[in-house]
Design a protein around this ligand. Structure first.
Ligand code: SF4
Length: 223
């Protein structure tokens, strides 16, 4: 069973640490590829195509996260050689396990994470062994996810700390809070101690060099 979970595939477009604009503290950010919606004003167009990502076994992804080095502030999914160097350092004892060094949450976004219920279930199940501070952004309403009566989705929700739900609606973008538009809700499903009044969290954007380009992460101000 355990090895089956680790062998599930997930289509991931980007992973980065530290993300400071998508939840409390310094987080691991994971963006999954693919979304069939067409929200006007979507800021995640890079991740909408399923071909924007790369399929990777969940076990391999978790291995990459665990072997991440706090003193090396960037984690590139796309640079395998560089990751191998880091892994070697970790194996030799030079590196530190991010999850044991300090409490570190994970934010999963996209794209639409819930179009990959099998892979997402496996990913969240594995992440939960290290941290229960798991935030997921979805274009679905919470009620729509429940109505699917999908065992994988129900299991994901039972392990999720906080869900930010609902599609982005451009004319409801009020410029306030860590969500794109005012219809989106912060639904704390587990561990309320991690999510203190999320409706008051400020939105912000963080820039970073990712591979050979500059990226931004977070929720931009209303233009
Ligand atoms: S659900 Fe999110 S990723 Fe998909 S189109 Fe809407 S804003 Fe973009």
């Amino acid at each position: 069973m355990e090895s089956n979970v680790l062998k599930k595939n997930i289509n991931i477009a980007r992973m980065y640490y530290p993300v400071k604009t998508l939840g409390p503290g310094e987080r691991i950010g994971i963006w999954l590829a693919g979304c069939s919606r067409n929200c006007k004003g979507c800021i995640s167009t890079d991740f909408k195509s399923e071909t924007a990502g790369r399929r990777i076994e969940v076990g391999r992804l978790i291995e990459m996260i665990k072997k991440y080095f706090l003193y090396d502030k960037e984690l590139f999914l796309t640079q395998e050689n560089r990751f191998s160097d880091l892994s070697n350092k970790y194996e030799s004892g030079e590196g530190k396990d991010i999850f044991t060094e300090k409490r570190c949450g994970v934010t999963i976004s996209g794209g639409e994470p819930f179009i990959q219920p099998v892979g997402l279930n496996a990913l969240v199940r594995e992440i939960k062994k290290y941290t229960e501070d798991i935030i997921i952004f979805t274009g679905y309403l919470y009620e729509e996810l429940l109505e699917k009566k999908d065992e994988n989705i129900n299991q994901i929700l039972s392990m999720t700390g906080m869900l930010v739900d609902g599609p982005y609606i451009d004319n409801l973008n009020d410029g306030i809070g860590m969500r794109g538009s005012s219809n989106q809700r912060f639904i704390v499903l587990n561990h309320p101690e991690y999510y203190d009044h999320p409706e008051k969290w400020k939105r912000g954007i963080q820039g970073a060099v990712y591979g050979n380009k500059i990226i931004t992460m977070g929720i931009p101000d209303k233009i």
